[in-house]
Design a protein around this ligand. Structure first.
Ligand SMILES: [Zn+2]
Length: 422
């Protein structure tokens, strides 16, 4: 029986790779587009198609099995109609449209998705979640790699440093750390910060148990001025990627609206996940699922910041806190199970961490000292104090504590690492 199981696993892997060979070349198609609208309306408009030299994603796991994110791309072979690639993700547009501004006016955001380079004509379908979290097709685009205007790679001069190498990029999780706000004279400091950042991540659980499944690369983007833009203090800095505090009017929210610049600066690199390392001492960061994350390298809490924000960007983890200055009312409707793996409204708890609970654990679980190491169902999470539950009393996704992911977050991270490292 064991032998049979082993053989069937081999067949699955072979079929996955055969699918890749059939439909894709070993390089990347970068698709830039505009995502526009507001809370009620949504539009996609293609911008540029750009070739990249290699493909760093899995050649086996082509179809997304996680069902995370606000948006999803579905890539279909037009001849057979088969789904040949898919990926869930979120974006700044998704957050902006829930703000006061996003209710009235119309926003226009540049976004990028990376897919393996198709050999034949594909139908690229953009999907969004509706109010019940179900997927709806919003736009589609036929792409013929023989006829389409696909730009050649936009290479640049950025030095790429191997910070941690464990093997073939298609069989590993590839994380790229790109510098922002470091001038030419600060390259030595940048390289020290790359090492520190890499260690913050790779020494934390559960990444420390997976060092053989991860590659980490540093991209030495050079800025013409030092530091990071902070509009609240009228500080405007000209940097390589344009990162800025006060994103969506939240002081510590550190993101960039210059999406094309970010991806142009990353043109020489191949990667699955992006971390922007910001040259600032001010507390701040941000992370969006399969989009990118940032953290302030000079802050005393940089260790926590990088782990927390990467938790959002890589594993789709939700914030587990519920008392903060983040003013998002009804962020998680209580009649819908959120897609994030580490919070629940108990609408569909079976799909979450129910199988990790001891059968004697009370649901909800009381917050008391004797339960501090117990995986349970604690009320409060996702910015909401009633009706949303988290799995542990404390976690790196709840408070400013480094290397303290709860068992549910650790499991989610592990499953995502295994998805890439195959
Ligand atoms: Zn957690």
């Amino acid at each position: 029986m064991k032998k049979l199981f082993f053989i069937s696993l081999i067949c699955l892997s072979f079929n996955g790779f055969a699918q890749f060979e059939k439909y894709f070349e070993k390089k990347t198609l970068r698709i830039d587009y505009f995502h526009s609208g507001n809370i009620e309306h949504e539009y996609y408009r293609p911008d540029e198609f750009i070739e990249k030299n290699a493909w760093s994603g899995s050649e086996i796991n082509l179809i997304d099995t996680f069902n995370f994110g606000k948006f999803r791309i579905m890539v279909y072979d037009t001849l057979s109609g088969n789904l040949i690639y898919s990926r869930g993700y979120s974006s700044l547009f998704a957050e902006w449209r829930t703000t006061e501004e996003g209710k009235g006016s119309c926003g226009n955001f540049s976004e990028t998705v990376l897919i393996p380079y198709p050999k034949k004509v594909i139908n690229l379908v953009f999907q969004s979640r509706d109010s019940l979290n179900n997927w709806q097709n919003v736009a589609s685009q036929l792409i013929d790699p023989q006829k389409e205007m696909i730009l050649k790679p936009k290479n640049n001069q950025n030095e790429i440093l191997p910070l941690h190498y464990s093997g073939d990029i298609t069989k590993k999780l590839d994380i790229v750390i790109i510098a922002d706000g470091y001038t030419k004279s600060e390259v030595e400091q940048m390289k020290k910060d790359f090492e520190t950042f890499k260690n913050y991540l790779i020494n934390a659980q559960p990444f420390n148990l997976n060092t053989d499944k991860i590659n980490i690369w540093g991209v030495a983007a050079i800025s013409s001025q030092s530091g990071i833009t902070n509009p609240r203090d009228s500080i405007k800095v000209k940097t390589a990627i344009g990162s800025s505090f006060n994103t969506l009017y939240s002081d510590r929210y550190l993101m960039t609206l210059e999406n094309k610049t970010l991806h142009d600066q990353l043109a020489n690199a191949t990667y699955d996940q992006i971390i922007i390392m910001c040259n600032s001492k001010k507390y701040g960061g941000g992370g969006i699922y399969n989009f990118y994350c940032t953290a302030a390298a000079g802050n005393a809490q940089a260790n926590f910041l990088i782990q927390h924000e990467f938790g959002h960007a890589f594993a789709g983890l939700a914030d587990e806190y519920y008392t903060s200055d983040v003013t998002v009312e009804d962020f998680y409707p209580l009649n819908i199970e959120p897609w994030e793996p580490n919070i629940t409204t108990l609408v569909n708890f079976d799909a979450k961490w129910k199988n990790m609970l001891d059968k004697n654990t009370a649901v909800p679980t009381p917050v008391e000292d004797t339960n501090k190491n117990l995986t349970g169902v604690y009320e409060g999470g996702g910015y909401i104090s009633k009706g949303v539950y988290r799995p542990f009393m404390d976690c790196t996704m709840k408070s400013v504590r480094a290397d303290a992911f709860c068992p549910v977050c650790k499991r989610a991270i592990q499953q995502m690492i295994d998805f890439y490292a195959k």
